[in-house]
Design a protein around this ligand. Structure first.
Ligand code: FES
Ligand code: FES
Length: 221
């Protein structure tokens, strides 16, 4: 840190002026910055810097038109840039399988698969999900059919109120894609990001093990 220049009562006016001139000053600091980085002391970017500045497009704050690739189909919506994928699915696209419970990435009720990764849709902005393949519980099986994971949940009565179930099924599907032959402990750990307030964990884990058996090698196909 630079010391404040001392001014004794014996100093003449000229000496005082000289000492102050040589001292570190805010003006001098800003001017120094300007010389080094192209930022003028007025706070305006020098032309060469302005030209080099990144041209990231700014969206919002109003609604913007977006297109999402969901379950193999394009979906169009107009949402504010701050809107999460979860809210977009539920409130704009009528895809209500993903549930909004904690809305802060802790319960897993909103789980979907994005680009092959299991994700909490409440932590993803819809605008950022454009250009990625999104899979929701609605697209897991053909209409009128059950995916082997859903079927195993049914067989093992792996739900009570059912509110967490779509998230668990999507998390299980994503888990089995990566681990086709898991142990009970691996299933327990692999689904650790999903909570069930009704406590159906044992049934869920048994269901996932049964689904793994029924799917066999075809799960990664
Ligand atoms: S609602 Fe998304 S993790 Fe809970
Ligand atoms: S079945 Fe009720 S929260 Fe899981």
């Amino acid at each position: 840190m630079k010391e404040r220049p001392e001014v004794s009562s014996n100093s003449t006016k000229d000496e005082v002026r000289k000492k102050r001139k040589n001292a570190f000053s805010r003006r001098g600091f800003l001017q120094g910055l300007g010389a080094g980085t192209g930022v003028l002391s007025t706070g305006v970017l020098a032309p060469e810097v302005a030209e080099a500045a990144p041209t990231t497009p700014v969206h919002g704050p109003g609604v913007v038109a977006i297109t999402l690739d969901i379950n193999g189909k394009p979906y169009k919506a107009s949402v504010e840039p701050r809107t999460t994928l979860c809210d977009t699915l539920r409130n704009h696209l009528d895809l209500t399988g993903a549930k909004r419970v904690c809305d802060r990435g802790t319960c897993g009720a909103c789980t979907v698969i994005i680009g092959g990764k299991v994700m909490y849709s409440c932590t993803v902005l819809a605008i950022d999900a454009q250009g990625k393949k999104i899979q929701t519980i609605e697209g897991l099986a053909a209409p009128g059919k059950l995916h082997p994971v859903s079927e195993a949940f049914w067989n093992h009565d792996a739900q009570q109120c059912g509110y967490c179930t779509p998230g668990f099924v999507m998390a299980a599907k994503g888990f089995l894609d990566r681990n086709p032959n898991p142990s009970y402990e691996q299933v327990k750990k692999g689904l650790g990001g999903n909570l069930c307030r009704c406590g159906t964990y044992v049934g869920v884990r048994k269901a996932v093990l049964e689904a793994a058996k029924n799917i066999g090698g075809q799960h990664n196909a």
